[in-house]
Design a protein around this ligand. Structure first.
Ligand code: AP5
Length: 222
């Protein structure tokens, strides 16, 4: 029988590098990337009902109400591609209520990755972050400048990336982190995110490769 696909959660403070690592994970492992931040930003720019509700919360750096986000995520997780390719949940769960919602539905990851980065580094990463609205690619004015002038000219800054808002996002993250980790304490893997992105990915890569191999062995023997 075919082995079950990978199921991964990635967590970490604002700008700890979740989105950056997810790009690399998807490329290598082919899992479906589900980023609640990305989905919400798309809803906001499309001006949908969800987007209009979420906008104020996001722009001020607060969490969008659980009901809205949970409905979005469970709908996405029920689609066929997820069953076939596995999933990579980025930015969810972000509160103990969200973690509970998944537990009730029996949705559990194989691993809960936690990217660990010191506060002062996080603030610099947020303030320097730029996004390409055309490709969705993430840049940084110092760390990862755009490849050419054409891309540079169209880059945008997120409204929640000011120093003040980053600090309040960080505080909200810290308030919730512990209660979420307690749900996944048996599968938490902490990874030092304060290294070049390729170095961070190397660790994630070996972790996920090992997990995938275990799953293949299990499906052969079982
Ligand atoms: P979301 O988009 O999830 O924001 P976040 O958690 O604050 O995370 P970020 O996107 O800021 O950072 P990241 O970790 O992906 O870092 P990145 O790779 O970009 O959520 C936004 C908002 O949506 C929330 O505030 C909330 O309102 C709402 N929301 C979302 N999910 C929700 C939920 N479940 N419930 C309720 N509300 C929800 O990297 C950051 C920068 O650093 C980039 O410039 C990058 O180039 C650079 N960088 C990355 N890695 C490295 C490295 N190794 N070395 C040097 N620089 C690096």
């Amino acid at each position: 029988s075919q082995s079950e696909p990978l199921k991964v959660m990635i967590s970490g403070a604002p700008a700890s590098g979740k989105g950056t690592q997810c790009e690399m994970i998807v490329k290598k492992f082919g899992v479906v990337h589900i980023s609640t931040g990305d989905i919400l930003r798309a809803e906001v720019s499309a001006g949908t009902e969800i987007g209009n509700k979420a906008k104020e919360y996001m722009n001020s750096g607060r969490l969008v109400p659980d009901e809205i986000v949970t409905a979005m995520v469970t709908a996405r997780l029920s689609l066929e591609d997820v069953k076939e390719q596995g999933w990579l949940l980025d930015g969810y769960p972000r509160s103990s209520a969200q973690a509970e919602s998944l537990e009730k539905l029996n949705i559990r990851p194989d691993v809960y990755i936690m990217l660990d980065v010191p506060d002062d580094v996080l603030i610099n990463r947020c303030v320097g972050r730029r996004m390409d609205p055309l490709t969705g690619k993430i840049y940084h004015i110092e760390n990862f400048p755009p490849e050419n002038e054409e891309i540079k000219a169209r880059l945008v800054t997120r409204p929640d990336d000011t120093e003040e808002k980053v600090k309040s996002r960080l505080q909200i993250y810290k308030q919730n982190a512990e209660s979420i980790i307690s749900t996944y304490s048996d599968i938490v893997v902490k990874i030092d995110g304060n290294h070049p992105k390729e170095v961070v990915f190397k660790e994630i890569d070996s972790l996920l490769s090992r997990l995938q191999k275990d799953k293949e062995e299990k499906s052969k023997s079982g």
